[in-house]
Design a protein around this ligand. Structure first.
Ligand code: NOJ
Length: 544
């Protein structure tokens, strides 16, 4: 096994808990062969940026072979590299070059489904007796020809597609081109063990696991009950509570199996689950705190409004719900949810800066999405620009996910430093003059400078890495908390200035004009949407 994938860093701290992760959407990161799409060599070329920024690990959205019905999330070979993104040698070079810079590489693992072009599915659909038939979920249509049960795909429409060759229907929780695997089948479990070993042996430091809460379905394929008025937005939208096709209790057995598999490596890999569930269900995905996921994405947080009360409540609930030893994850953007500088901050740079400070100062692992570090917002697109199958299908009712997937603006040159001048990127570049990496690197007041300083401060201060979280009293619209023995964080999430009494200490950093080194004597004044991190003069005793 190669690469610096030790469980703990020099201070005896697990690297994935105390570091900062960074999601790369490879197709939109950097294009080195002038085909308008980002590629693995493009990631290698920009590792210096990531090292300079101070990130500890990168999660690559899928780079495995795919017909791209869902841009890589429909995998046709789990142990390969998609040719237009690069080669397996590029992956090896990326792992080695990232490792030289102290950066680990996490792969995206998609265990719920494959592409309909995967050889497993081609075999499975060839006949009812095919060797891999039972690797997928098949059922007879009802006597009237309708779908086997009432499940709906999370991408809309029935979750079943009839297959003429064998007269049965197959299950897909996403597109029809993404048939769901049958995780009751032991051979499927074994196959994924091999896939995980394959990547661990190459030196990857872990996996982001796609929709890991849905992989097991009810063995009897029972109908979901109808949604009631008390149910959440999604249940209302689909008209049913997805109790039989999501969050089945048996999923935990599979996650525990994966955990034992990665733990058996000399340098255990980290499991970062995509867990779109409520806070009360999230805790279960950590198991005992030591036997399931190391990290589980917190969707209630990412989906919350950017308001002090709402975010604080979710953080408090999460802190209370997680088992001892479990470690939270905080994210503002990803390739599905749009970019927080627009979604949370409404393109107001003060709010984007406050959000970055928040992400870096909570107890847990922050996961930045490419472009968050420069406060990059969504790009306005037309229907013709759409590449996401959901945008293509549902426009204008739902504009799909492309607005948050447009290319990374590295400079204001033609092509934005993403691709060669004159080359048409696969998705349009936004306004590269308004926001780009080069322009912000040399600007001491830029979002990028702030992000880098926040990451450096986190690295420097043990309280900010490992200290406990405790909410502090604050006026409405202001969120204040302490970290560890001495540190405090205050974010004014209101349109007016605020003064917070009873604080003494020194500020380390602020989102507004430089406040580092400023003494706080009795009261802290903050401008609208300003956030600060500081340290008290004296330690407080900690509960943890
Ligand atoms: C979640 C991924 O993040 C998303 O992009 C994808 O479309 C679905 N899972 C299906 O794999």
């Amino acid at each position: 096994m190669s690469g610096p994938v030790n469980e703990e860093d020099g201070r005896g701290e697990p690297w994935w808990a105390f570091g900062v992760l960074y999601q790369i959407y490879p197709r939109s990161f950097a294009d080195t062969n002038a085909d308008g799409m980002g590629d693995l060599p493009g990631i290698i070329e920009h590792l210096d940026h990531l090292e300079w920024l101070g990130v500890d690990g990168i999660w690559l959205s899928p780079v495995t072979r795919s017909p791209n019905a869902d841009w890589g999330y429909d995998v046709s070979d789990f142990c390969s590299v998609q040719p237009d993104l690069g080669t397996m040698d590029d992956v090896d070079t990326l792992i080695a070059e990232a490792g030289r810079r102290g950066i680990r590489v996490l792969m995206d693992l998609v265990p719920n489904h494959t592409s309909d072009q995967h050889p497993w599915f081609l075999d499975a659909r060839s006949s009812r007796d095919a060797a891999k038939r039972d690797w997928y979920v098949w059922a007879d249509p009802k006597p009237d020809g309708s779908a086997p049960n009432n499940w709906v795909s999370s991408f809309g429409g029935p979750a079943w597609t009839p297959d003429a060759t064998t007269g049965q229907s197959y299950l897909h929780n996403h597109l029809a081109e993404q048939p769901d695997l049958n995780w009751w089948n032991e051979e499927v479990r074994d196959a994924f063990d091999e896939i995980m070993r394959f990547w661990c042996d190459r030196g990857v430091a872990g996996f982001r696991i796609d929709v890991c809460n849905v992989i097991i379905k009810d063995a009897q394929l029972r109908d979901n009950p109808a949604a009631t008025e008390e149910d959440d937005f999604e249940a209302q939208m689909f008209g049913q509570r997805a109790v039989y096709n999501t969050n089945r209790p048996e999923v935990h057995e599979v996650i525990r199996r994966w955990r034992s598999l990665v733990d058996a490596f000399e340098d255990p890999a980290v499991l970062l689950g995509e867990t779109p569930v409520g806070v009360s269900e999230l805790a279960a995905y950590y198991g005992s705190g030591h036997d399931e996921l190391h990290l589980a994405f917190n969707f209630p947080f990412i989906s919350a409004p950017f308001e002090a009360g709402a975010l604080r409540a979710i953080v408090e609930q999460t802190e209370a719900a997680l088992p001892p030893g479990a470690w939270p994850v905080w994210t503002g953007s990803n390739h599905d949810m749009f970019r927080f500088p627009t979604r949370w901050a409404g393109d107001d740079p003060r709010k984007a800066r406050a959000a970055l400070l928040m992400l870096m100062a909570l107890r847990g692992t922050p996961v930045l999405y490419q472009g968050d570090e420069i406060g990059l917002g969504n790009t306005n697109l037309t229907h013709e620009d759409m590449r996401d199958p959901l945008g293509v299908r549902y426009w204008p009712y739902y504009e799909g996910r492309d607005a948050g997937r447009t290319p990374m603006p590295w400079s204001d040159a033609p092509g934005g430093g993403f691709t060669e001048p004159g080359v048409r990127p696969w998705l349009p570049l936004g306004d590269v003059h308004a926001c780009n990496v080069d322009g912000q690197r040399s600007d001491p007041a830029s979002v990028l400078t702030l992000t880098r300083a926040l990451i450096a401060l986190r690295r420097q201060e043990a309280d900010l890495r490992r200290g406990d979280y405790r909410s502090l009293d604050a006026p409405e619209g202001v969120w204040a908390w302490s970290r560890g023995r001495r540190h405090f964080v205050v974010i004014n999430m209101r349109d007016e200035p605020v003064a917070l009494p009873d604080l003494d200490g020194t500020l380390w950093i602020g989102t507004g004009p430089s406040r580092g080194g400023e003494p706080v004597e009795g009261s802290l004044e903050l401008g609208p949407w300003e956030g600060v991190i500081g340290a008290r003069a004296t330690s407080r005793s900690t509960a943890r």
